[in-house]
Design a protein around this ligand. Structure first.
Ligand SMILES: [Zn+2]
Length: 416
């Protein structure tokens, strides 16, 4: 080889050496993305993987409040739900998050002190009967929302004149009409930002609400849904001491209302089956509120998304959807009907269970419900990783997303 040729050859070799660095640099980049998001990636790997699609509509705010409209709405809901059955012969279970008291305006006008009208009052008999009817049919499962949908002392201390009027009303009012920040039970939001409650106050209030629930319904609540999703670790501990096993969360715990009145001071993210302060979290982060224009097709999309991740699809909805004027209540109910029809049409093996039952199969890792097969778990993990927005953005930028898609295709084919 002549001298000139040798030089060219050496340059080419040096170039080749640098080219070899490229895959190494890429691997280092991908490795740093995986390392940065390792906690989230591990958490979604540990989260139980379901073997069947599960859809639960969770409906909040029922209980003490308007009598006839609630009882009628509950009866209509029970009629619709009992028309459907899954392959095990189970009806869809709507979970009712129950409020156990409203202000007793008449008593309060006597002495100006706070008095409550509890759900065991004869006035609420039609509501209790409608709840019981759905419970016996297997279409309602009861959950604790709160003794009240507010912290009574916070409401009493509020300087808002509309709150004073609401408290003094003779007929039981709609807590939905209160200013949003005052609908939180587990903070004192009479002034903003809210102030935390003292631990003994919390413990006493929790013991009181759990016992009242038990005396009305004959059993302690096992699932709690914190009003407006504002609560603290103290509340969880107190619930756990009183027998509550599961807490429904949107994936975060907000411990305060900030200066603007919005939920804040967040802890999370929480995943299904994760342990809190003595309780287990169940994530509810899909919404089905026909009064806000949510249609059955949107619900079906949410179910598809959750099933791809092998997670249960829990919808949040409120009693207000079913208690308005006759025409809109009927339309909203028809949308629930359509959602179940479509869900069963697209997912023949759709399963209906309550949130409590779901929590239990997740905690126990019941093999009849929870996937043990490694390939199926990997497919679920890949879909869950895609839903971690920060991670997926970084994965797309580095090309890791392309690699993950490449891996997912044969795995998915394997699990079919
Ligand atoms: Zn509520």
């Amino acid at each position: 080889m002549r001298h000139g040729e040798l030089q060219i050859f050496e340059c080419w070799c040096a170039g080749m050496n640098e080219l070899w660095l490229l895959p190494l640099a890429w691997l280092a980049m991908v490795g740093s993305v995986l390392s940065y998001y390792r906690r989230d990636l591990l958490a979604v790997w540990r989260e139980p993987v379901l073997r069947y699609p599960v859809m639960i509509i969770e409906s909040d705010d029922w209980g003490a409040g308007p009598v006839e409209t609630q009882a009628a709405a509950l009866n209509r809901l029970a009629d619709v739900l009992s028309r459907f059955q899954d392959q095990n012969g189970r009806h869809p279970v709507m979970t009712l998050a129950l409020v156990l008291a409203v202000p007793d305006g008449r008593a309060m006008s006597q002495d100006g002190q706070y008095h409550r009208l509890t759900l065991d009052d004869p006035l609420f008999a039609p509501v209790r009967q409608a709840i019981q009817r759905g419970r016996v049919t297997g279409v309602f499962a009861l959950q604790l929302h709160g003794l009240e949908h507010y912290w009574p002392a916070g409401l009493m201390a509020s300087a808002d004149p509309s709150v004073r009027t609401w408290l003094a009303a003779v007929t039981p009012g709609l807590t939905e009409k209160l200013p949003s920040h005052l609908q939180s039970r587990w903070v004192d939001a009479s002034r903003l930002p809210s102030r935390p409650l003292k631990q003994p106050e919390v413990a006493e209030a929790v013991a009181e609400e759990v016992r009242l629930f038990e005396s009305i319904f004959g059993e302690r609540p096992r699932v709690a849904v914190p009003p407006t999703f504002v609560w603290t670790a103290d509340v969880e501990q107190a619930w756990a001491r009183e027998g509550v096993e599961f807490v429904v969360t949107p994936g975060l715990r907000s411990a305060c209302r900030d200066a603007t009145g919005l939920p804040n001071c967040d802890t999370g993210p929480f995943r299904n089956g994760e342990r809190g302060a003595g309780v287990t979290y169940i994530v509810r982060d899909d919404y089905f509120e026909p009064e806000r224009g949510h249609r059955a097709e949107r619900g079906l999309e949410a179910l598809a998304h959750k099933w791809a991740q092998r997670r249960a699809c829990l919808f949040e909805t409120h009693r207000s959807n079913f208690m308005g004027d006759a025409e809109s209540a009927a339309q909203n109910l028809a949308e629930i009907d359509r959602l179940y029809s479509l869900a069963q049409m697209f997912y023949a093996d759709l399963r209906f269970i309550s949130t409590e039952e779901l929590g239990r199969v997740l905690v126990e890792g019941n093999p009849a419900w929870v996937e043990k097969d490694l390939t199926a778990r990997l497919v679920a993990w890949l879909a869950r990783a895609r839903a971690l927005s920060g991670f997926w953005r970084a994965a797309r930028l580095t090309g890791l997303a392309w690699l993950m898609r490449l891996i997912a295709v044969p795995l998915r084919a394997d699990t079919k």
